[in-house]
Design a protein around this ligand. Structure first.
Ligand SMILES: N[C@@H](CCC(=O)N[C@@H](CS)C(=O)NCC(=O)O)C(=O)O
Length: 203
């Protein structure tokens, strides 16, 4: 299998961490690519028409996207039911957690693009604030739930951890831990897992 990724990408990190958790990372060749919404990568577009990472060439040659589909594929490949619980309440909780982490990232990445790519004179302060509100409320929801998160480590936990790691990487001065002690303590504990320790975002 082949994974198109970049070292800072939190969505690609989800896939890399999932593969390590599942013990199948050795079956995946990593292909580093550059992606920017302001500069479409036409080579990547041949693999993923949405021109985003991650994209995974699966064992049958199909190219899968996005991170949610790829992670569920890897889970199935490793026997199923490990990162994506079987149908039932635990599965809905895991998928909801994944949606929360993905949503925090979607809003955070839109802010990042606005701040890093858009010319300063064209920036839209209300829109930036609207995205920040999604990040903040999302983190508050995670703080309310994090007390019960030590029983398992599913795709939702991986996604939340990747979101927190990316916020630390891109917005290091935004002290999200100050008002979210349970989430901070949980993140410190899970960061020691090889799947997260080996995939810390870097430039
Ligand atoms: N929903 C997608 C989001 C993927 C995504 O936004 N990836 C970013 C990099 S972290 C990207 O490729 N951005 C390029 C662009 O938006 O053009 C997933 O879960 O994989």
């Amino acid at each position: 299998m082949k994974l198109w990724y970049s070292p800072p990408s939190p969505f690609a990190r989800k896939v890399r961490a999932a593969a390590i958790e599942l013990g199948i990372a050795g079956r995946i060749e990593l292909v580093q690519v550059a992606v920017l919404p302001s500069k479409p990568n036409e080579e990547l577009a041949r693999e993923n028409p949405l021109i985003k990472i991650p994209a995974l060439e699966a064992e049958d040659g199909t190219v899968l996207y996005d991170s949610r589909v790829i992670c569920e594929y890897l889970d199935a490949l490793a026997g199923g039911g490990r990162l994506f619980p079987a149908p039932g309440a635990a599965r809905w909780r895991a998928l909801r957690r994944q949606a929360l982490g993905d949503g925090i990232l979607d809003a955070g990445i839109l802010r990042r693009y606005e701040l890093a790519l858009r010319p300063e004179a064209l920036r839209w302060a209300d829109w930036l604030q609207g995205q920040q509100a999604k990040v903040s409320h999302g983190l508050n929801a995670a703080e309310r739930e994090a007390g019960g998160w030590d029983e398992a480590f599913d795709i939702g936990h991986i996604t939340i951890a990747c979101a927190l790691g990316w916020l630390d990487f891109r917005f290091a001065d935004a002290d999200w831990r100050a008002t979210r002690p349970r989430l901070g303590a949980w993140f410190a504990r899970v960061s020691a897992r090889p799947a997260l320790a080996q995939t810390v975002p870097r430039a």
